[in-house]
Design a protein around this ligand. Structure first.
Ligand code: BGC
Length: 730
């Protein structure tokens, strides 16, 4: 089901009432038919023609990583005599992960979530998939959507934030676009893979209600609306059983309740058995050796011992063939070796970043900068003169087209297994931030001060470097300080949300802020950041991991060529200790999700903790007024929420009004996000925004019946963030 949103330019609030009726009459639900009979019949026919050995070849990625053609991560050899092509797969969270073919580095996935724009998510998926096909890949392994339960999570940059509906809707769009480009899409890591600590098998204890309402929900939305061909099961255990042999999450929920017809693939090395995994719903194993379980010999043995049935093996193969047929990979496999238009991709990367940057603070309208009135601009720190930081691990581009700095740059994470195959936390920019700023302020001098050592880019600032930065700031009209936070797969969690690597970035910001009252801080991070200097600086901009268009995008936002419109997809707390999982700094080896439904903003709301910047927060260079709320309930079905949004500030801009629902249920946190829309308005323009809230947004898991029920009543709120509620249902 997809929700159509309707907004109309209006002259008066009365018109908004009319629009509300019209919106409902037009109906809001578009059904997708996942089941494609012809594809199923054709897959059945093929299964009948395959020999046992050919079937076994199709359920096990045959090669070790270094042998995968094209620098991908896995490879399933096809059956040419039946016209079944090979499947070459590659990571693709923020761009292609080929180790031997250059790829565009897009902004991190968390940035995409910060755009709150499903249309952008569709474009993002499409542009990446297009490049993958040109490189010869038939399957993309992007599509991570574990929730930001652990604020210090090493892989948070690869995911879509802390709200299951925001994450699920964005992922569904990305998935649809990927497959519209004839690349099989993956959603991962199914499920409960919210941390890196003990990453190869920690046991998550999660009660069923919490699992259904939070951690399964983004997958449910993406599976039902986006119909991915592939679901990757995760490394961890859920309530005592490994995810890749967990019959509850695979058979009961994914294939049973949600009618998923694609294949389940193990994360690399996440299979732990042959028959139990196959019978629980695993369809394909990825071989990273030395311990493998779905090899031809072991599966034959399981068949001979009647531990698995021939029918189940056929089902595994049929699922793969069905997906290949339905996505177009069967009849039109990617050829690879095509010329890629990297300039066009970079322009899109810049556009995506511009839509994702979040303006966190803007005291006295410090931003946008006025180029004409500035003579001296200080750019400080973060290697802003050469490049940007990216997330590490499989969620990164491994061979960025723009070039990477060598090595891991002295990352100092706990539990790190090293950076031997994760080469590039830092990429060079064709237009570094300093150059992009200079281009927008041609009459000003733009000077850089910082740690310029790219051999060890995380080295702490020396006192001399801090002094030089302070001197420069003192002589400048504005000081723009870049701070970075590294993070990545296999690096463990961050110790703290405080800036690290270099560890003395807070001291740098504080010293610069003392020297210049016009200090602007730009963050490059995949996680929330603590900011002890928040009240000492004039403006704060979150650029996430900006990707290779980041230089121009950041400069365009700083100088107002682009009006920021991103909103936080994660809460930024005041202290580590305020986060739901803080346990004096210990990250549990086997996490117990004892906070239940109180995760992300739900936690801060329920515990009455004031965040530093709440979920959904993001400022603009204009101002938006909200008025005339109307809520109309359609029996037990959907609800129409409509209101007038007016740009009553000086410039054009986009706002993301958010609809929250508070349910009358003592177990539920005070509110949940149930809808939003990204609305662009010219100065003075007003629009009636009508958001249809389907009944399923009222679902709560009824533990007494082990099923869903639709909660009645409750109260709707419309806000500019989860804590900036502008309209309330009376
Ligand atoms: C990661 C997956 C990734 C796979 C292949 C694993 O370590 O957890 O997300 O797709 O490697 O690179």
């Amino acid at each position: 089901m997809q929700v159509k949103r309707l907004s109309l330019a209006i002259a008066s609030a009365a018109f908004c009432l009319f629009a509300q009726t019209a919106a409902h009459a037009a109906d809001t639900v578009v059904a997708n038919s996942f089941s494609d009979d012809a594809a199923h019949r054709r897959a059945d026919m093929l299964v009948k023609q395959l020999t046992l050995d050919e079937k076994l070849q199709l359920i096990h990625s045959k090669y070790q990583m270094s042998d995968v053609p094209g620098g991908g991560a896995g490879y399933i050899e096809g059956v040419p005599r039946l016209g079944i092509p090979s499947i070459n797969m590659v990571d693709s969270a923020t761009g292609g992960g080929s180790t031997v073919q250059p790829s565009t580095t897009f902004p991190a996935t968390i940035a995409l979530a910060a755009s709150w724009d499903p249309v952008l998510a569709y474009q993002f998926g499409g542009v990446i998939a297009h490049q993958l096909r040109q490189q010869g890949f038939a399957m993309g392994l992007g599509g991570g959507t574990n929730l930001a339960r652990e604020a210090r999570g090493g892989r948070m940059f690869e995911y879509l934030g802390e709200d299951p509906v925001l994450a699920g809707e964005m992922l569904a769009e990305r998935t649809r676009a990927t497959q519209d480009h004839k690349v099989i899409a993956t959603v991962k890591h199914y499920v409960g893979n919210e941390q890196e600590t003990n990453r190869m098998g920690g046991n998550d204890t999660i009660d069923e209600r919490t699992l259904r309402e939070l951690y399964l929900l983004p997958f449910e939305l993406a599976v039902k609306q986006g119909q991915p061909g592939n679901v990757m099961c995760s490394y961890n255990k859920i309530n005592g059983t490994y995810a890749c042999e967990n019959p509850h999450v695979l058979n009961d929920v994914l294939k049973g309740d949600w009618h998923f017809q694609g294949q389940v693939q193990s994360d690399w090395g996440a299979a732990h058995s042959t028959a139990p995994a196959i019978n629980a719903g695993l369809d394909e194993e990825e071989d990273v050796g030395p311990t493998v379980f779905l090899t031809p010999d072991l599966v034959k043995q399981a068949l001979a011992n009647h531990q698995i049935t021939q029918a189940r093996l056929d089902d595994m193969v049929r699922r793969k063939l069905y997906v290949m047929i339905r996505t177009g990979v069967m009849d039109d496999p990617p050829k690879g070796g095509e010329t890629i238009d990297f300039d066009a991709a970079r322009r899109f990367a810049q556009h995506a970043e511009e839509q994702s940057i979040v303006l966190l603070k803007n005291q006295d309208r410090q931003l946008p900068l006025d180029a004409a009135s500035l003579k001296h601009i200080a750019v400080i720190g973060g290697h802003a003169d050469v490049g940007v930081i990216t997330g590490g691990g499989s969620g990164d581009t491994r061979d960025p087209v723009t070039g990477a700095f060598p090595g891991c740059g002295g990352l100092t994470f706990p539990n790190s297994t090293g950076c031997n195959w994760w080469p590039n936390p830092w990429i060079k920019l064709p237009t570094p931030i300093t150059t992009a700023i200079k281009n927008l302020a041609p009459n000003a001098t733009v000077s850089f001060a910082g740690n310029q050592d790219m051999q060890s880019p995380f080295r702490a600032y020396t006192q001399q470097e801090i002094d030089a930065a302070v001197n420069l700031a003192r002589q400048s009209d504005v000081a723009i300080v870049f701070v970075t936070q590294s993070g990545g797969e296999d690096f463990g969690e961050l110790h703290s949300l405080a800036l690290a690597n270099p560890s003395n970035q807070d001291a740098l910001v504080e010293a610069v802020a003392q020297a210049n009252p016009h200090t602007v801080v730009v963050l490059e991070s995949g996680n929330p950041v603590l900011m002890p200097w928040k009240d000492q600086v004039s403006a704060i901009v979150d650029a996430w991991y900006p990707g290779e268009g980041g230089g121009n995008a950041i400069a365009n936002v700083l100088f107002g060529k682009v009006n920021p419109s991103g909103k936080l997809p994660v809460t930024f707390p005041l202290r580590d200790a305020d986060t739901p999982t803080w346990d004096g700094g210990n990250i549990a080896q086997n996490p117990v999700y004892s906070e239940g439904l109180k995760m992300g903003y739900r936690w801060y709301d329920a515990q009455h903790i004031q965040p530093m910047f709440p979920f959904g927060h993001g400022l603009s260079y204009t101002h938006f007024a909200y008025s005339d709320l109307h809520v109309r309930q359609h029996g037990d079905q959907s609800t129409t929420v409509s209101f007038v949004l007016r740009n009553d500030g000086p410039v054009a801009g986009a706002e993301v009004p958010q609809v929250y629902l508070g349910l009358n249920d003592p177990v539920e946190p005070p509110k949940r996000l149930v809808g939003w829309e990204k609305v662009s308005l010219k100065p003075g323009e007003a629009r009636c925004v009508t958001i249809e809230i389907p009944a399923k947004m009222r679902r709560v898991w009824d533990t007494s019946r082990n099923g869903w029920k639709i909660a009645q009543g409750g109260q709707f709120y419309v806000g500019a963030s989860s804590r900036d509620i502008r309209l309330e249902q009376k």
